[in-house]
Design a binder for this molecule. Sequence first.
Ligand code: HEC
Length: 149
Amino acid sequence: MRVVLGCAMSIWLAACQPDDAYQFASDVEVEGDAIVRSLEGKAGNAERGLTVFTDRDQGHCVLCHAIEGLDVEFQGDVGPPLTHLGDRLTEGQIRMRIAGAQKIWPETVMPSYYRKHGLNRVGREYLGEPALSAQQIEDLVAYLSSPKA
Ligand code: HEC
């Protein structure tokens, strides 16, 4: 009885689906392959997003992704170039790919930046902490969806 009830209740949390092991760092609203609402409840800042994208101590996305015209010496090519991303993906789709790459591509080398990690994955002090904050992700979404020169 408890199991049945638990599962019925957790439909609310979408926890009865096959990928129930996947947990975002906070409640997010998923629609198809997109997270439709800002994780912060407001839009990010593209200028800060550029810093998150390039900074070693933040996202350091340039390790794997290049952007045309970006003045950074080393830009990786493990992942696809992200120059014209806004022409191809909605903000919600971009947000999902940053927050939960492994939800979209289970085998990808790209980290899921807004995932709640289990005990075996990270040090105790980081338990439950996502790799990037909601604000950093919103700043990246603003940066990547804006047109590049
Ligand atoms: C270790 C390498 C790696 C890092 C670091 C990385 N990515 Fe990725 N990313 C990939 C790969 C590889 C893909 C392609 C997905 C796949 O098939 O695995 C991808 C796909 C994407 C896509 C979808 C692109 C498209 O054309 O549909 C976006 C958006 C993206 N990454 C953004 C980011 C951002 C923002 C960061 C930094 C916070 C980041 N990535 C860090 C490897 C990486």
